[in-house]
Design a protein around this ligand. Sequence first.
Ligand code: 5AD
Ligand code: SF4
Ligand code: FES
Length: 364
Amino acid sequence: MTMIPAFDDILRKQDLSREEIKVLLAAEGDEKERLLRRGLAVKLQHLDNYVHLRGLIEFGNVCEKNCFYCGLRSGNERVERYCLSDEEVLDCARLAHELGYGSVALQSGERCDAAFIDRIERLVREIKKIDNGSLGITLSLGEQTEETYRRWFEAGAHRYLLRIESSNEELYYKIHPKNSLHDFRHRVECLEILKRTGYQTGTGVMVGLPFQTLDHLAADLLFFKQMDVAMVGLGPYIPHPDTPLYKFKDLIPSAAERMDLTLKMIAILRLLMPEINMVAATANQTVDPQGREKAISAGANVIMPNLTPGEYRESYFIYPDKACVHDTPDQCQSCLDIRLAAIGHKILYNAWGDSLAFTKKAGV
Ligand code: 5AD
Ligand code: SF4
Ligand code: FES
């Protein structure tokens, strides 16, 4: 049997074992506070106190998939479907540029039809024309073919987010139907393809899912490390009443516990991967009014303020009580400035804010 070192010795390590990670994930009280402080210290040491923004454009909520947790699933007939026009998407991107955000993230439900693929390629090229390519572009458009990923990359997108949702195959199939559209191995394969295509590749999981254990979460963190991703987005799971997973809502930890677990995941991941970009997900704000700031103070360094036009925001109903649904982009911008200053952080405006883990490797 291997010996597990004392808590504060584990905190000083970078290569953590699964057992050591589980000790950290179980930390409570003063030990938990020490872990979160260590996450912040390691981030400040490697990345300083800058926060990068990605203006989030949720440009459509039509989805071919049927994930058991998500309100946009194709089986949900209670959501009104929408799709922004090209002009509306470009207006959002121009607004991001005017607000100094430096980058946009295009997100929608998953679609793989030729019209959709062509349209994204065109939109990426158009966004690149704004002020001579000054906006960085992240895509979050699900599983696609290698050719599609390449076309979008060549058009000018350079970051891609594809959450694995759970790195444990068994748990993956408890939260997704088991069919050709939801194939765990294919999702992992997509992450590999994205990396070799040249994207800064991001993944992530939901925290506090029914049936999820600390052992699963520890394995998720080691999966991010083993995949050597450049970015991670972690957020608490939020039960949605119009989804099949809702019936298990009494099995999950309380909102406060899911928040705490998410913060511990962020802090531990910062120890494991000091130079990656890590998102303080909007879902944090749903379970705790200070959720995003707490995530930043535990080691995250990216925020994705919503740029989706007001009338559509409520239809991008992935989970209930999403933050900022009734706020305008201007309101979010000044709000974020104030909130981040209050915790000793600064927004780095007018910069792409690439992942240092990635740029160092690429020799940029
Ligand atoms: N709670 C929290 N996050 C969710 N997502 C989808 N449904 C939920 C939910 N009920 C997340 C998934 C997906 C991202 C777009 O939103 O991780 O990758
Ligand atoms: Fe579609 Fe993504 Fe929601 Fe799954 S999580 S149903 S792929 S929008
Ligand atoms: Fe949107 Fe505060 S960030 S209102």
